[in-house]
Ligand binder design. Structure first.
Ligand code: ATP
Length: 322
């Protein structure tokens, strides 16, 4: 008897690095994020898109510890995703647990922002660039490694006495900074104040700064905002090489559809805090709910589209069962 062809699960189902589970964020009477669940595949470039005010930045703020969610669980797995049993015990005992040999599982909703970046290794950039504009480009990258350097300095003593472990850590931090300067094409601007850089270069420096902390998940809030078409193409290349050469998973919020459709493996669409679509770029692009949300058509038209979708789904279910 012929068996049905096996359809492989998408990576975000097979090997998720992050699972957002039933996330709610309320601000007084406003529900900015409404029962949102999705997964981010390990090594994927995942885009979170949606019209203005859909709740995208609020989701980022929850993942990166800037907001404490009203409800929900945010599971980050450094190694393989935990089993249901392992996850239940982490949820019971605390915010972090080791699963398998040495890989950690972190419940991000329980952690403050500095531990989400320092321990869980989730780095982010902001919608409005937040560099230290008076510091040099290189200094911005050294500051990003402050935590590692402080630990290596024994919280100052080893640094004061110039012990070898401190010297090694400082050397490595400088080499790391130089590597990322080169990667984003800013080596010749290393000693200039960051505030003197053109806008596109400041955006690249933000990404370099985030990468200096060695994240396993990089969250970028509108990295292509304000970039010209050439700079957008360079950004695509940079993000692809970060994924290919460092294995970093990337979650980005983006309005520039040329960037989203070109580089994403997986797209999640929000509207009024609710997920309306989740799939490959092609699937999402052709989803009538997404088209309706983006075109801003009136509610009657949206209802018509929804009725059509429901009729189609009902039709295909009947066909499948007959
Ligand atoms: N700290 C806050 N206090 C009150 N309301 C907030 C807060 N942060 C966000 N909101 C509201 O939550 C909703 C979602 O905002 P959010 O910034 O997450 O949307 P967004 O999808 O990122 O929008 P944009 O694409 O314009 O950046 C908006 O109605 C916003 O006004």
């Amino acid at each position: 008897m012929a068996t049905a062809p096996h359809t492989p699960l998408p990576r975000w189902e097979e090997d998720p690095i992050l699972a957002v589970e039933h996330l709610f964020m309320r601000f007084g009477g406003l529900i900015a994020v409404n029962d949102l669940s999705f997964k981010v595949g390990r090594g994927d470039i995942t885009a979170l898109i949606g019209p203005n005010g859909a709740g995208k930045t609020t989701v980022f703020n929850c993942i990166t510890g800037f907001y404490k969610p009203s409800e929900g669980r945010l599971v980050l797995a450094h190694g393989r995703a935990p089993t249901d049993g392992e996850l239940a015990s982490v949820t019971l005992i605390g915010e972090r647990a080791l699963v398998g040999a040495s890989s950690g599982v972190y419940l991000l909703e329980r952690m403050p922002d500095h531990r989400v970046s320092g321990e869980a290794k989730v780095a982010r950039t902001f919608q409005n660039i937040r560099l230290f504009t008076g510091m040099t480009v290189l200094e911005n990258l050294m500051v990003a490694q402050h935590n590692a350097l402080m630990a290596a300095s024994g919280y100052s003593l080893k640094g004061l006495f110039g012990l070898p472990s401190w010297n090694t850590a400082q050397y490595e931090a400088t080499e790391n900074a130089k590597y990322w300067l080169d990667k984003v094409g800013l080596t010749d601007r290393a000693d200039d104040p960051a505030g003197d850089l053109p806008y596109g270069a400041q955006r690249r420096l933000e990404i370099a700064r985030a990468m200096c902390s060695g994240p396993i998940l990089l969250c970028l809030d509108e990295p292509a905002a304000g970039l010209n078409p050439r700079e957008s193409l360079e950004l695509n290349e940079l993000l692809r090489s970060i994924r290919a050469e460092h294995g970093t998973s990337i979650l980005l919020i983006e309005h520039d559809m040329s960037v989203v459709m070109e580089i994403s493996d997986h797209v999640i669409v929000l509207d009024y805090g609710t997920k309306i679509s989740d799939g490959t770029p092609d699937a999402v692009k052709n989803d009538p709910r997404v088209i309706a949300a983006y075109l801003g058509v009136d509610e009657d038209a949206v209802e018509e589209v929804e009725a059509e979708i429901e009729a189609e789904v009902a039709g295909s279910t009947t066909e499948a069962t007959s």
